[in-house]
Design a protein around this ligand. Structure first.
Ligand code: APR
Length: 272
């Protein structure tokens, strides 16, 4: 666990910044009970083909196991709620420090926590996109899980065509697909994410192994434009060498301590 001295040092860095951006990965949702990908026991640790081909490769490789793999993944997200790490980022936004969250996560937890500017580079699991007109629509959480529960457990052998036949039809009459980005597809909100990375004076690098691009290029862009990089992770990542400060631990524990220390600084400086 990090020392109080490092927590206070991080809070002082935050207090001196005015355009903070958070780059988050699966690690920030780990304390909400959602499996990460590359940790031991993580999704790609259990299904190595996922590391280069994502969930599509896993479903294709294990069609007979796919229904319960998919339901396991969905049940993890269904049970998940924002954790203290997500809420600390909302505090930083409401205190006027955090301007945007750029996330690789598709679990919608940053939006549910209350952050107002969230750029979801890998899409959002609850959002459907029309294959004809491109219109996007978020499905209400309970309805989303009911939709999948109606047919996935009954599937003997997984098929994307069959899964797609249960998705909502767009008002234009087009079929829809999940608006989550599959490996090899273009990411979403890339321009907005690059703009934020180039404009920030501090990037918080939270819970990512930093091995998937273009998201992993964002800290380098921020640094090249003079921003500081502060990383929180229980272990070093591929981005740690670029970071100015590395706090070893869980975002759900460390971020709230930084916010607490920041509030003390604000009181001392008469900011509140
Ligand atoms: N707090 C902070 N970090 C944590 C925590 C925690 N409680 N638990 C785990 N971590 C860290 C791990 O040490 C690891 O560095 O989170 C990181 C998770 O790494 P990955 O599983 O690789 O997830 P991520 O970096 O988000 O993967 C990026 O890869 O497969 C694709 O689309 C998928 O969006 C995902 C992308």
């Amino acid at each position: 666990m990090v020392s109080q001295e490092i927590i206070e040092k991080s809070a002082r860095i935050v207090s001196g910044c005015r355009h903070i951006v958070a780059l988050t990965g699966a690690g920030i949702s780990a304390e909400s009970g959602i499996s990460t990908y590359r940790d031991s026991g993580g999704l790609w640790d259990r299904y190595p083909e996922g590391s280069s081909g994502g969930i599509v490769a896993v479903m294709t490789r294990h069609p007979e196991d796919a229904p319960q793999i998919l339901m396991g993944f969905l049940n993890g997200i269904r049970a998940a709620r924002p954790n203290p790490g997500h809420h600390a980022l909302v505090d930083l936004e409401r205190m006027g420090y955090l301007r945007a969250v750029i996330t690789q996560n598709i679990d919608n937890l940053h939006r549910e926590a209350g952050n107002s500017r969230v750029f979801e580079m890998h899409g959002n699991i609850y959002r459907f996109r029309c294959l004809e007109c491109g219109k996007k629509k978020i499905m209400e959480r309970d309805k989303f899980f009911e939709t999948f529960e109606r047919f996935i457990p009954k599937m003997k052998r997984f098929s994307f065509e069959e899964m797609g036949s249960h998705f909502p039809t767009c008002p234009c009459g087009g079929n829809t697909r999940l608006d989550a980005v599959a490996f090899g597809e273009p990411v979403q909100d890339l321009n907005e994410a690059m703009t934020e990375a180039g404009a920030c004076d501090l990037m918080l690098v939270l819970g990512t192994s930093g091995v998937v691009y273009p998201a992993a290029s964002l800290p380098g862009i921020a640094k090249s434009r003079g921003a500081l990089l502060v990383e929180i992770n229980p272990r070093e990542s591929a981005l740690s060498d670029q970071c100015d400060l590395f706090l070893e631990g869980n975002t759900g524990e460390i971020l709230p301590l930084i916010v607490l220390s920041l509030k003390e600084i604000m009181v001392k400086e008469g900011g509140v």
